[in-house]
Structures are given as C-alpha cells and as structure tokens.
Design a protein around this ligand. Structure first.
Ligand SMILES: [Zn+2]
Length: 287
C-alpha cells in the first residue's frame, strides 16, 4: 500500500509532468470507484492542470475548471504513467484499470487496482475539503507546524496502542502499516505501548523517529518515476516486510505478529526488551 512517501513521490511526479497540460480524456473503467456525481467527472475534460497536491494519502490534481480530480490508491492501487497513452479500448469489469486520464501531449495515466477486493476511490470535487476522508484528516507529520508538542497533544489521554494511533488517519495523516513499523523500530518502542503512557523521553524519541523516518523516505521517493517507487519503499525498510531477516541495528531476528488480514514486524531486542509478542491470529483461534 502506498503511504505518505510514495504518495508524495507520485504527487511530485504529476506536478512536474502534468502541470500545464490540458485533460483531453477521462475514461471511467470502474464506476464503483467513482464516489461523487456533482460536479460530474467530465468537468475536468478540457481543463488545464494547475498543480498536484497531497492530503494524507490522497492525491489531488487541481484544474482551472474549478474541479479537482482526487484519488486514494488504497491497499492494492497504483498509478501507471504513459508517455504515450495506449489507444486500446478498456473493457469495464475485465481490467485492473479503474480510471484512465489522457492529456493533450499524448501522455496520460491509468489508476489500476490488483486483486478482487476493490477499495481504490476517486472523486471529482470543487474543493479537497469536500472529500470526507480529507475533511477528517489529522495533522500532517511533515508539516512545519507539527511540533513535538503537537504529537504530545495527540497522544495525551489515549489509552490505545501506539501502533493503532499512528495509523489512524484522523489522528495523524499519511502513515500506514509499513511506516508505523519503521517509526516504532527507529523509536525503539513496542507497537503495543499505550499512547497515554509514554514518558516525556519516549515522546521525544517517537517525535524524532517520525520526522526522520518520513523525511528520509520522502527524499528517497522524490524524483523517482511511479514505476520505481514500490522498490524504493521496499529497499528503505529496516523491519517491515522483513520477517526472519536480521535487524540492521542490533542483529536480532525480525519477528512478525499476524492479524486476520495483515501483520506487523518488529525487533524484540530493539523494541520489546527481548520479549516475543504473541501471534494474534493464533490466539484468536485458540480462544
Ligand atoms: Zn534490533
């Protein structure tokens, strides 16, 4: 799943490549992924792209027609860019393509989604704030105004596990399963630590780890074409998706905790004082 750094990479690429171009074609291939009807998505046909922006994990293509094309790639979605957009006919229901957008210089992109569970979403909106998922977003951790005190305020009083707090888009925007694993590893903190129970020193570490992990990942993603972003993400991971491999910090073995539909990774020596966390999928079955 693309998270903030990959989404920022896509936004930088689109801003560079598509700003100033005129939209000549909008082909809706998966109508269920189109979440709005007013303004109609055709409102952007003939409009000029004026910029690309990121809101959490949402991508916002702004046009001069007073309409934005906004999309969220969800778990298995991606953007495929073409210097020369194929002229092939898209057959709805038989393609991973959810939306095709073409520009006046012959370039364009597809939004694609792998797998049978479809959750990619796109919107035509007069303002980004009209998209409910954007209106609900918490502060962006790379925003200049996101200070250590901002983070402390978000954690205060929450008797929930820090892993879930970091992933909750309404608390802090843009972080998902992968980067929350990486941030907690860098902060040397158990994913099960309670947000409200963190000491001042732990909040310091968590704040520094959040900023550093995301800043490094955005720098690694920036300037890369969409096709290279997934590999760049994988390469940058110290523990996420690396079960059984060696922790690059301490040499211990990276472990997983499995849940019904995903897993988290952590290093026992770095994060839990050597304790192996119980497998949640198994313990649920045994209950
Ligand atoms: Zn370690």
């Amino acid at each position: 799943m693309p998270e903030m750094p990959e989404v920022q990479g896509l936004v930088d690429f689109l801003g560079e490549r598509a700003t100033g171009l005129t939209v000549t074609k909008v082909s809706v291939a998966n109508i269920a992924a189109l979440k709005t009807y007013d303004p109609p998505i055709d409102a952007i046909t003939g409009a000029q792209v004026t910029g690309a922006f990121r809101h959490g994990k949402f991508i916002d293509l702004e046009t001069d027609a007073g309409a934005h094309l906004i999309f969220h790639l969800a778990k298995a979605g991606w953007l495929r860019w073409y210097e020369q957009l194929p002229a092939t006919v898209i057959r709805p229901g038989r393609t991973p393509i959810a939306l095709r957008v073409g520009f006046d210089d012959g370039s364009g992109f597809d939004l694609t989604e792998a797998g049978s569970k479809k959750s990619l979403a796109y919107y035509a909106a007069r303002s980004p704030a009209d998209v409910p998922g954007i209106a609900r977003l918490g502060p962006d951790p790379l925003d200049q105004s996101f200070t250590r005190e901002t983070l402390a305020g978000l954690l205060a009083g929450r008797r929930t596990q820090i892993k879930g707090v970091l992933r909750d888009q309404s608390i802090v925007a843009g972080i998902g399963n992968a980067y929350s694993d990486e941030i907690l590893h860098a902060a040397k903190m158990s994913p099960y630590a309670l947000a409200a129970g963190l000491t001042d020193a732990e909040i310091d570490r968590l704040y520094a780890a959040t900023r550093q992990t995301l800043t490094d990942a955005v720098a690694a993603a920036s300037g890369k074409p969409p096709a290279d972003l997934k590999d760049a993400k994988r390469r940058g991971m110290a523990v996420h998706g690396r079960r059984g491999e060696i922790c690059p910090v301490c040499g211990d073995e990276v472990r997983s905790v499995f849940f019904a539909d995903n897993s988290l990774e952590y290093c026992p020596t770095c994060q839990t004082g050597g304790k192996i966390l119980a497998d949640r999928r198994l313990s649920r079955l045994l209950k």
